[in-house]
Design a protein around this ligand. Structure first.
Ligand SMILES: *[C@@H]1O[C@H](CO)[C@@H](O)[C@H](O)[C@H]1NC(C)=O
Ligand SMILES: *[C@@H]1O[C@H](CO)[C@@H](O)[C@H](O)[C@H]1NC(C)=O
Ligand SMILES: *[C@@H]1O[C@H](CO)[C@@H](O)[C@H](O)[C@H]1NC(C)=O
Length: 150
């Protein structure tokens, strides 16, 4: 009886660990796409229609303007929205772009604070956010990104 209870307990713990692991690791190109669609929803002004007619589910996310995918893993490695005259905020979903190496937001009208979820982008090397209207300090968590160079 005690052994059974113990084993059941162990199985439950293992099942929960597996679920927690999947919750953290199970991002894929579909997650990447939903992260970008969440970002699109947070863009309130796109006067040159860069994203309006281009970031649509009818074409592969890897063909969207400003997006570069890694041909090996088929995941987004570059998000480049430089000088697209976009106004809006950055949603926490950006932290789900697990393979992102370059995040280029330079020269737009992005405002609000940067979501702390960016700290999940362990592969991030290049991050340009200058010439926007972000509020708050450049958060100390940026320093915990292991590969960040710029
Ligand atoms: C989106 O933009 C890219 C890059 O400019 C272009 O190659 C692609 O054809 C566009 N897609 C649509 C659906 O307009
Ligand atoms: C990012 O986009 C801008 C504007 O389209 C372009 O001039 C620049 O070369 C791009 N940078 C990279 C690294 O792709
Ligand atoms: C992505 O990020 C958002 C906000 O941080 C979260 O709610 C969502 O569950 C995440 N995962 C997926 C698979 O979209």
């Amino acid at each position: 009886m005690e052994t059974t209870c113990f084993l059941t307990g162990v199985s439950i713990i293992l099942a929960y660990s597996a679920m927690a692991f999947l919750a953290i690791e199970a991002t894929n190109i579909i997650t990447d796409q939903s992260s970008l669609l969440a970002l699109k929803v947070h863009i309130t002004h796109d006067p040159k229609n860069f994203l309006a007619n281009n970031w649509t589910a009818s074409t592969s996310v890897c063909n969207w303007v400003g997006i570069t995918c890694d041909s090996q893993n088929n995941r987004i490695i570059v998000l480049n929205l430089t000088s697209m005259s976009l106004t809006g905020t950055i949603p926490p979903h950006i932290g789900n772009l697990s393979f992102l190496v370059q995040l280029r937001l330079r020269n737009n009208g992005f405002h609000g604070s940067l979501p702390v979820d960016i700290v999940h982008l362990h592969r991030l090397e290049i991050f340009h956010l200058e010439l926007n209207s972000f509020q708050g300090e450049i958060s100390s968590w940026l320093g915990s990104l292991p590969k960040l160079q710029i």
